[in-house]
Design a protein. Structure first.
Length: 610
């Protein structure tokens, strides 16, 4: 009888192993069936020729990113289908560049999508479109409705066609945030804010009922700076009166009255568009320009972005000997290991260390697109960059849409800092935010009590914060701010007093940051790569992306799944879900933060600008 339990245990272990083996067998069979089907599908699709004289159709519907978030291949098909998809900026730029010199491509057709992009990314695409026009091939924008981001790109087109029932909306730039203080008060939730820098307004959503005067002053100056450049490009491209882009609501109402309330006619009369065409007329125009497809009857000869990339972009490119390493730091800076497309104190530092230990890499460009995050993780990354420089390898920081707060912390010690005119940077300050629920718990009849050997053992979000703890935390904050100021002063050759004048958590455009001495040059990623090559005495600025390596199987599967998304149904993000994401954005970001000392180099308002 004593052996019975062990026999039963062994039986169930054997049964479990058998069931697990069957499960793995079924999963693997399904995997290879799906993979085989995709291979057959794409093999067949690759046999379809790219017709000579085709138009490349560019519809940017999603979030433009420097680096895609890492997803399990099956998660690509099962993830939140209501969230906007990511579009790799380099893919868009590569496709436009290739199309300019591809004899099979006769022109470029732009179509508006639900585009989420920082101003610098719009600049990058705009420059690519301007270069494309040098090929002599036409660019046509065909739209039913144009918001200002899509219109910015449309302004580079040779001709803008708008549906007679459509409109062009130029909304302007704004920083508007939700404020939760009264709601938190009603819920008896306490937010304890500690900060250094009067412009450091990240936590105002939790502690104020509206925007503070310092934040209002700084934000308005930044937006005016960015808006002047944004509209200046459109005015130069279209040759229109700047006032057309700066009408207030009264002026818009008067202008609209002159055309009997017809937005499309107003756009035509104001010079915003060139022609009012119905969808039928737009299609006929494409047929006359590019001819009839022999593959798809009664359709113009066209090819979409994803399909075109499969024709011109190598799946695997060997750049293992390129002397310039590019490391992308995109997203909120968090602690520990973070997946590709994110910034982790440990994982990003490891990439920098790999570049330092790789003898073939002579210099590194750190491409930053981040509003910051954990102070501890930011310092981990900076320390690895210093070690890289001590190893004799130059570091060039290249700022994308945002490189602020922690994003500036990791850039400050670079041998050269490049920003684009519309980059949002600065935000040199530090904050700490702790939320406690003692009154909310008390209202629910929940209490916390106990004993401990030290007072700190009893610290909890369900108990009030002791005044002494608040004093200690503020002292630590002050020290962190002094270190930030001194770090920037030493790195930039400025006095601490001069840095403090432009710090205090204030954000600046890249153009203003250059004038203030916070960056060295205005330029894009290519300029930064060329600069790194110069510093390293490298003749040819070839570069490689330093990122976690994928196995050949993972690369193949990611490529196939990425192509599969182009023909799978793409659900449209609805207004309710977009509103929900906006309402929860500050709370979601706060939940992500994980600094061990609750110290953050973070600029939330930087993201609100985009």
């Amino acid at each position: 009888m004593a052996k019975q339990p062990s026999l039963i245990v062994r039986f169930f272990k054997l049964l479990g192993s058998l069931l697990n083996g069957v499960r793995l067998l079924v999963v693997n069979l399904l995997f290879f069936l799906v993979l085989g089907g995709l291979l057959v599908l794409f093999s067949d699709s690759d046999t379809i020729p790219l017709e000579s004289g085709s138009a490349l159709v560019l519809r940017l519907d999603g979030v433009l990113v420097e680096q895609k978030q890492e997803l399990d291949p099956f998660e690509m098909l099962t993830a939140d289908q209501d969230a906007p998809k990511e579009i790799l900026l380099s893919d868009v730029l590569f496709a436009i560049e290739q199309a300019a010199k591809d004899d099979r491509i006769s022109g470029l057709v732009l179509r508006p999508g639900d585009l989420v992009a920082g101003l610098t990314k719009l600049d990058d695409i705009g420059q690519a479109l301007a270069d494309f026009k040098g090929s002599g091939k036409p660019i046509i924008m065909q739209a039913g409705w144009l918001d200002q981001k899509n219109y910015y790109l449309a302004s580079f087109a040779d001709e803008i066609q708008l549906n007679p029932g459509g409109m062009v909306t130029i909304e302007g730039l704004g920083i508007y945030r939700l404020y939760y203080k009264e709601a938190l008060d009603k819920l008896k939730i306490h937010t304890h804010l500690f900060r250094v820098g009067k412009y450091k307004s990240f936590a105002e959503s939790f502690t104020e009922t509206g925007m503070s005067d310092p934040a209002r002053e700084a934000n308005q100056e930044l937006l005016t700076d960015l808006w002047q450049r944004f509209t200046g490009v459109i005015v130069d491209n279209r040759g229109i009166d700047p006032e057309v882009l700066n009408r207030d609501l009264n002026e818009l109402a008067q202008a609209l009255e002159s055309v009997q309330g017809d937005f499309a006619q107003l756009a035509l009369r104001s010079g915003l568009v060139d022609k009012l065409y119905t969808d039928v007329q737009m299609r006929d125009d494409l047929l006359s320009r590019f001819g009839h497809s022999t593959v798809e009857p009664n359709q113009p000869k066209m090819v979409g972005l994803t399909t075109y990339l499969t024709r011109v972009k190598p799946v695997l490119t060997d750049k293992s000997t390129a002397p310039i390493g590019v490391i992308v730091a995109k997203g909120t800076i968090l602690n520990g290991e973070q997946p590709s497309g994110s910034i982790g104190g440990v994982s990003t530092a490891r990439l920098i260390r790999e570049a330092r230990l790789n003898d073939q890499i002579k210099a590194v460009v750190l491409r930053i697109d981040s509003g910051g995050g954990s102070a501890f993780a930011s310092e981990q990354i900076r320390q690895e960059l210093l070690a890289l420089q001590q190893a004799g390898k130059p570091v060039v920081a290249s700022m994308g849409s945002v490189a602020a707060s922690g994003g500036y912390w990791i850039a400050a010690n670079a041998d050269r800092i490049y920003a684009q005119p519309n980059t949002i940077t600065g935000s040199i300050g530090i904050i700490s935010l702790i939320t406690t629920f003692e009154d909310a718990a008390d209202a629910l009849g929940i209490g916390m009590d106990g004993v401990g050997t030290k007072e700190m053992a009893g610290l909890s979000v369900l108990r009030p914060l002791p005044d002494s703890f608040k004093t200690i935390l503020q002292m630590n904050m002050n020290k962190g701010y002094r270190e930030f100021i001194q770090l920037v002063a030493d790195a930039r050759g400025m006095s601490p007093e001069a840095v403090d004048e432009v710090a205090q958590g204030r954000i600046w455009s890249g153009q203003s940051a250059k004038a203030l001495g916070l960056v060295d040059q205005l330029g894009d990623l290519d300029d930064a790569i060329a600069s790194a090559a110069e510093l390293a005495n490298v003749d040819h600025p070839e570069y490689r992306i330093v990122a976690p390596e994928l196995t050949p199987e993972q690369q193949l599967l990611q490529t196939l799944m990425g192509q599969a998304q182009s023909w799978l149904p793409q659900p449209q993000s609805n207004a309710l879900s977009r509103l929900g994401r906006r309402l929860l954005a500050p709370l979601t970001q706060q939940l992500q933060l994980d600094d061990p000392q609750h110290l953050y180099l973070l600029c939330l308002e930087c993201q609100a600008t985009l």
